[in-house]
Design a protein around this ligand. Structure first.
Ligand code: HEC
Length: 101
C-alpha cells in the first residue's frame, strides 16, 4: 500500500517536471531578440565565432544557459546575456531554438 503511494507520487513528480521542461517556443522567439545579434534570428549564426543553436537539443540548451548563469560555464559574452532570464524564459528560449531550423 505505502509502496504504491510512493510509486504514484514519484510518477506524478516525473510528469510535472516533464511538463515544466517543455518550454513555449513562441514565447521563446519573442524573448530571443537580444540573442539574435550573435546567434542569428533563427539560431543560425553568420559569425564563425558564435555557435548555431537551431535544432539543438532543448535540454542541452537549457543546461548551457543555466550554467552560464551560475558560472559553472564561463564565457564573458554569455555571462552578460543570461543574468536577467527566469527559468521559464530559459525553457522557452530552449524550446524556440530546438524547434528552429
Ligand atoms: C554578444 C554575442 C552573444 C549574444 C548577444 C548571445 N550570445 Fe550566446 N553565445 C555567444 C558565444 C560567443 C558563445 C560561445 C561561448 C562559449 O565558448 O562557451 C555562446 C554560446 C551560447 C550557448 C551554448 C551553445 C553550445 O553549443 O553550447 C547558448 C545556449 C547560447 N549562447 C544562448 C544564448 C541566448 C539564449 C542568448 C540571448 C539571451 C544569447 N546566447 C546571446 C555569444 C552571444
Amino acid at each position: 500500500m505505502i509502496k504504491s503511494i510512493v510509486v504514484s507520487l514519484a510518477l506524478a513528480f516525473a510528469a510535472v517536471s516533464a511538463a515544466q521542461a517543455a518550454g513555449d517556443a513562441a514565447a521563446g522567439k519573442a524573448k530571443s531578440s537580444s540573442c539574435a545579434g550573435c546567434h542569428g534570428a533563427t539560431g543560425v549564426s553568420s559569425n564563425p565565432m558564435y555557435p548555431n543553436l537551431a535544432g539543438q537539443q532543448a535540454a542541452y540548451l537549457e543546461k548551457a544557459i543555466k550554467d552560464y548563469k551560475t558560472g559553472a560555464r564561463k564565457d564573458a559574452m554569455m555571462q552578460g546575456m543570461v543574468g536577467a532570464l527566469s527559468d521559464a524564459d530559459i525553457a522557452n528560449l530552449a524550446a524556440f531554438y530546438n524547434s528552429s531550423k
